[in-house]
Ligand binder design. Structure first.
Ligand code: SF4
Length: 209
């Protein structure tokens, strides 16, 4: 596997940040599975090492943040696995640029860090996008294959609810055509009960979660 130091990369009008390759999941659809074959032509997001805060700042400055409509923590891993650098980077962006900050996450940040991290998102993060995948825990677990097993799905829902109390926009997503319309209806109902937005998104080949 080819490794490099692609710390930031553009996707559409957003500047994406690749903080880590760690993730407690092994989603059946994750581009990390396919990057060895059909995505060989793109620059790999496997990192030589996790970037330090200073390396992330340098990469953001080189990329020219003001020419993008948002900064998105995403990459080839779960951003909350690199919580300290994530929070420091969000502070840096908020202090230096007028651009919204989003996290694309698997919603397991509280399990990963062993504590409720949602209060730390306040004032730093504008949008939290969480990959829900299904309203049914058994389908979620088969699709996401989290190391936390049956603890993962309820933890994701709890994370979403707590994040919604401090972050302006929390969105739970499923990928178009991957679940039944009945499951999508149930996801919609579930999101309403949590006070978050439900979005059916298209598969994006350059993003995870
Ligand atoms: S899609 Fe996201 S949560 Fe799933 S394995 Fe890939 S990086 Fe982890």
């Amino acid at each position: 596997m080819k490794k490099s130091m692609t710390v930031v990369y553009p996707v559409g009008s957003g500047l994406y940040v690749n903080l880590t390759n760690k993730c407690p999941c092994n989603c059946t659809f994750c581009i990390r599975q396919s990057a060895k074959n059909e995505f060989d032509h793109i620059e790999t997001l496997w990192l030589e090492h996790e970037p330090s805060f200073e390396e992330v700042v340098q990469a953001l400055e080189n990329a020219g943040v003001p020419s993008y409509k948002e900064v998105v923590f995403c990459g080839y891993g779960e951003p909350t696995e690199a919580l300290d650098v994530l929070l420091r980077t969000a502070d840096f962006i908020k202090s230096n640029y007028d651009v919204p900050v989003r996290i694309n996450t698997n919603g397991l940040g509280n399990l990963i860090n062993g504590r409720d991290i949602t209060p730390l998102l306040k004032g730093r993060i504008d949008v939290v996008s969480i990959s829900l995948n299904s309203s049914r825990p058994e389908i979620y677990e088969k699709t996401v294959r989290p190391v936390f097993r049956e603890k993962a799905f309820p933890a994701l829902l709890d994370f979403a609810k707590k994040a919604a109390a401090v972050v302006p926009s929390v969105i739970l997503t499923t990928v178009s055509t991957t679940i039944t319309p009945e499951d999508e209806d149930e996801c919609r109902r579930l999101c309403r009960s949590l006070g978050v937005t439900y979005r059916i998104r298209e598969y994006e080949p350059l993003t995870t979660s």
